[in-house]
Design a binder for this molecule. Structure first.
Ligand code: FE2
Length: 205
């Protein structure tokens, strides 16, 4: 039985987003489904491995890939999940916290885009449970530079595969397109869920 089942994002097709074509999105969906298939396969292999076996070369490889495939699946779900056009600006508690932690929305978007420009994999904003503040983080790969004790609320995919079909190497244009299609409402809902979990230094004891 499969542990992970791919989610469907067909509602993003047929012009639902400005500036991201069906060809681009369908290729991206296929990549995401590949991560789901791979994590199912890997966790099956890991679970059935005899831990008395001293030859752990394959076992080690599966574990290194496990976090890559799992994070690849989760990050793509968070990315597709925060796409929806027509929401121009953050509201409510999200706006309040962005203003508090970044001064204003323009500065926050500036950090998101700059991290999106310099990182190879992901730019994300997350609630940091140690401080109760929102931080922007850059991930070189799905499982590299991943922060602990944070709750991702906004996820931006900056791998070339996210925009190459539509924009070639023009990542700057893609970053603008992403912000124009960002669902601030979804980000706010995630933040509200994150805030409902008690935080503070105690979480790491
Ligand atoms: Fe991607």
């Amino acid at each position: 039985m499969q542990r992970y089942v791919p989610k469907k994002y067909d509602h993003l097709l047929s012009g639902a987003l400005d500036g991201l074509s069906d060809n681009q999105l369908k290729a991206h969906f296929a990549l995401y489904e590949g991560y789901i298939n791979k994590i199912n396969e890997l966790e099956g292999r890991i679970k059935t491995f005899n831990t008395n076996n001293t030859d752990t070369i394959n076992y080690r490889g599966w574990h290194m890939e496990q976090t890559s495939m799992l994070n690849g699946a989760v990050l793509h779900e968070l990315y597709f999940g925060n796409l929806r056009k027509g929401e121009k600006e953050p509201k409510g508690v999200l706006k309040k916290m962005i203003d508090r932690d970044f001064g204003n929305i323009q500065n926050f978007i500036g950090h998101l885009k700059l991290v999106g420009k310099i990182a190879h994999g992901w730019s994300l904003a997350a609630l940091n449970y140690r401080t109760g503040k929102i931080n922007v983080y850059g991930l070189e790969r799905h499982n590299l530079n991943v922060p602990m004790m944070v709750y991702p609320v906004l996820v931006l995919d900056v791998y070339e595969h996210a925009y190459m079909i539509d924009y070639g190497t023009d990542r700057k244009k893609y970053l603008d397109v992403f912000i124009a299609n960002l669902s601030w409402k979804q980000v706010e809902e995630r933040l509200e869920k994150a805030l409902s979990i008690p935080f503070g230094n105690a979480v790491t004891t």
